[in-house]
Design a protein around this ligand. Structure first.
Ligand code: NAP
Length: 317
């Protein structure tokens, strides 16, 4: 089968399509024939080598963390899904390799009929991450949430999932994305200098929590929330600890529900079923910024590196 991989750190051009052996579903896993898969901004940092001290890559490194497709193998102990079913989901953190003809998923949910393959292919990582952070911040009805970086792959999903919980959502983006954010259910404002004043003008009583998808503005976000414990960032902002802000990354949970990794939060895979349900009600969509064939994975990474894609970037076979 074909898979996108790189053998050495470097610019997007190190990515290429390789002919490799197809993986097989282990216990508790399924294999899908991939119809679409997502680009993960974090993997652009792994590919460039910028994260090599924190997250060393095992080379060759096969990219892609989330995908949608048709089940063609179910591993030992798997119930409730059968070959031929359409699903979306995510690989394990270690295996990855979803940017390929076949992928092994460790967590999945039925593909909502309302979503195109492209939407479903880019959904799982954003849904899991949004659920993990909204759970940690205990975002619920009657609360006000600020989503910093609301027009990106994660932010667009976080806005909708927070609104579905009954929260009032303020989202930051550049001006050209403000109508787009309104269409997702957020009150938009611009990020950058003066953010605290703009937020205060929108919600004089203040915000209850901040979900940071962008990094680089934690002092302002802590001041807006009034307490660093009410701010969670997912961006690789290495100043987080010095500001008392939790930087969330996911790891599988053990049988007690605790994450199997230092400083990690348990992967919120229950979010996949919640998202499928919301999609069925027409309350969650996955905005797709651009679609590329596998062979143009380098162009997809280039677009991701602009940090101005609107929604998810997706690869199709
Ligand atoms: N820790 C985790 O579990 C986890 C999981 C997923 C992603 N991540 C990380 O979280 C970050 C967001 O992921 P993503 O998929 O949403 O990324 P993305 O899709 O690349 O985000 C692009 C968006 O960021 C906005 N943006 C750019 N600069 C900004 C700034 N200074 N302030 C506010 N917004 C800004 C852009 O809005 P405009 O075009 O309107 O400027 C654009 O819509 C990435 O760093 C990613 O690596 C972490």
């Amino acid at each position: 089968m074909r898979a996108v991989q790189f053998e050495k750190y470097g610019p997007p051009s190190v990515l290429h399509v390789a002919e490799v052996d197809a993986p097989h579903a282990g216990p508790g896993e399924i294999r899908i024939a991939v119809r679409a898969s997502g680009i993960s901004p974090g993997e652009t940092l792994i590919r460039s080598g910028a994260m090599r001290d924190l997250v060393p890559a095992t080379l060759p490194y096969r990219t892609g963390f989330d995908a949608a497709g048709v089940v063609d193998e179910a591993g030992e102990g798997v119930t409730g899904v059968a070959p031929g079913d359409a699903v979306f989901g995510m690989t394990t953190m270690e295996a990855r390799g979803a940017n390929a003809d076949f992928a092994v998923l460790a967590a999945w949910a039925p593909k909502p009929a309302a979503w195109s393959w492209e939407e479903a292919g880019g959904a799982a990582g954003a849904v899991e991450t949004s659920t993990r952070v909204l759970d940690r911040l205990a975002v619920g009805a009657g609360q006000t949430l600020l989503v910093q970086g609301a027009a990106g792959g994660v932010g667009t999903v976080a806005v909708q999932m927070a609104a579905a919980r009954g929260a009032t959502v303020i989202g930051t983006a550049s001006e050209r994305n403000h109508d787009f954010l309104r269409s997702l259910g957020a009150e938009p404002t611009t990020y950058g200098a003066g953010l605290a004043g703009r937020v205060r003008a929108l919600v004089p009583d203040g915000v209850d929590a901040v979900f940071d998808c962008a990094g680089g503005a934690l002092p302002d976000l802590v001041a807006i929330a009034g307490d660093p414990a009410r701010v969670v960032t997912i961006a690789p902002d290495l100043t987080a600890a010095s500001h008392g802000v939790h930087m969330s990354h996911g790891a599988p949970a053990d049988e007690t529900g605790e994450a199997l990794g230092a400083g990690a939060d348990p992967l919120a895979v229950h979010g996949l079923a919640i998202a499928a349900d919301l999609a069925g009600q027409g309350r969650l969509r996955v905005p797709v910024a651009a679609v590329f064939p596998l062979a143009e994975a380098a162009a997809a990474h280039e677009l991701s590196e602009t940090r101005h894609a609107r929604g998810k970037i997706v690869l199709v076979p």
